[in-house]
Design a protein around this ligand. Structure first.
Ligand code: ATP
Ligand code: FE
Length: 336
């Protein structure tokens, strides 16, 4: 049984064809990252337009690469929540037309559930397991009890770590650094931190006094912004043109994010865009080793948004016969 997975919740148009064992037969991904990096953030109407321009081709490419025809598919799985309304709409509209045209069942997918289950595509991992999801829009810790059964232990009280890293990177104009032209904020910080001294600047780890599983990153970002302002003033340079200690700031930022995540996680399966950070993975490894647990992380390309994780979620649902809709049922997207 073959599943086509489609992802358009944010700024990546992704599609993949997968068989029931989780083998990827064909995939295609169009990233809008460069466009959004240039405009300093995602403009929803632009994201929508780019999804519209690319979805047909991306899906066709995934089908062509797999050598599978629409008639051979068993179901189509598509992200319907959460995400940007305008982006979700493009994928959903395309998918509903597609399933009606080819008379295929439709499986509406929860994007965070897909991030959380990706690890089961790669490892023989059984429920229950603990999952730490850290991305551009989320920071949450949950017990995965089943394919559609998650117990939420903690979430971010303000912003998500990917958002924090992106904003710090923007404040430092990291995009202008020759090595960072095409990198997301998080990737740029990871790269620059490699040549930085994380001990030169000390940031307070968030929520030291709160013994729960929630997260907070806004206060940390404030500390970082204050430091950047101070350094800019000391060196008499304009806003966003600091050069001298950027690597050290990146290293201290990454270190504090890692420490905060590690402190609030005792056993974890890790996914989401921020989870591709090697430094953060190491910090979590230290925690899991100390507690005799195993840390499992999908490789970076499966951590950020893609069609493969949606196809896999479709496979998991198909195996359970859970939440599979006939082609003519109207489904709406839910941004939140
Ligand atoms: P959500 O999944 O919550 O809807 P999203 O889909 O925008 O959010 P992802 O595509 O999962 O998020 O991840 C993108 C985020 O991951 C960006 O904020 C980016 O800066 C961050 N990121 C990517 N690579 C790294 C890295 N190596 N280190 C740290 N952060 C990273
Ligand atoms: Fe995502």
């Amino acid at each position: 049984r073959l599943v086509l997975g489609i992802e358009t919740s944010c700024d990546d148009t992704g599609a993949a064809v997968m068989d029931e064992t989780g083998t990827i037969l064909g995939e295609s991904l169009h990233s809008q990252k460069e466009v959004h990096l240039r405009s300093g953030g995602i403009i929803p109407t632009v994201a929508q337009q780019l999804h519209r321009e690319n979805i047909e081709r991306v899906v066709q490419e995934a089908l062509d690469r797999s050598g599978v025809t629409p008639a051979e598919l068993c179901a189509v799985a598509t992200t319907v929540k959460p995400g940007l309304a305008l982006s979700l709409g493009v994928g959903l509209q395309f998918s509903q037309r597609f399933v009606r045209e080819h008379n295929k069942p439709f499986i509406p997918i929860h994007h965070m559930e897909a991030h959380a289950l990706t690890v089961r595509m790669l490892h023989p991992l059984t429920f229950p397991f603990l999952v730490l999801l850290v991305s551009g829009g989320h920071s949450l810790l949950a017990v995965a009890r089943g394919v559609r059964d998650f117990l939420l232990l903690g979430h971010t009280l303000d912003e998500a770590p990917g958002d924090t890293l992106d904003k710090v990177a923007r404040r430092l104009s990291l995009r202008k650094h020759p090595q960072c032209f095409t990198l997301s904020g998080g990737q740029a910080i990871e790269l620059l931190a490699k040549d930085g001294d994380r001990k030169r600047f000390g940031f307070r780890t968030p929520m030291g006094q709160t013994p729960d599983c929630c997260f907070s990153f806004a206060g940390l970002r404030n500390q970082i912004t204050m430091l950047i302002k101070k350094k800019e003033a000391e060196e008499g340079v304009e806003e966003g043109t600091l050069l001298s200690c950027v690597n050290d700031i990146a290293a201290a930022t990454q270190h504090t994010v890692a420490l905060h995540l590690a402190k609030r996680t005792h056993r974890a399966v890790l996914s989401g865009g921020v989870a591709s950070n090697q430094y953060i993975r190491k910090a979590l490894m230290i925690i899991t080793e100390a507690t005799g647990l195993r840390l499992l992380c999908p490789p970076a390309k499966f951590c950020t948004d893609n069609g493969v994780m949606i196809a896999w979620n479709g496979v998991e649902r198909l195996r359970e016969g859970n939440g599979i809709l006939p082609p003519d049922v109207d489904v709406s997207y839910e941004p939140k």
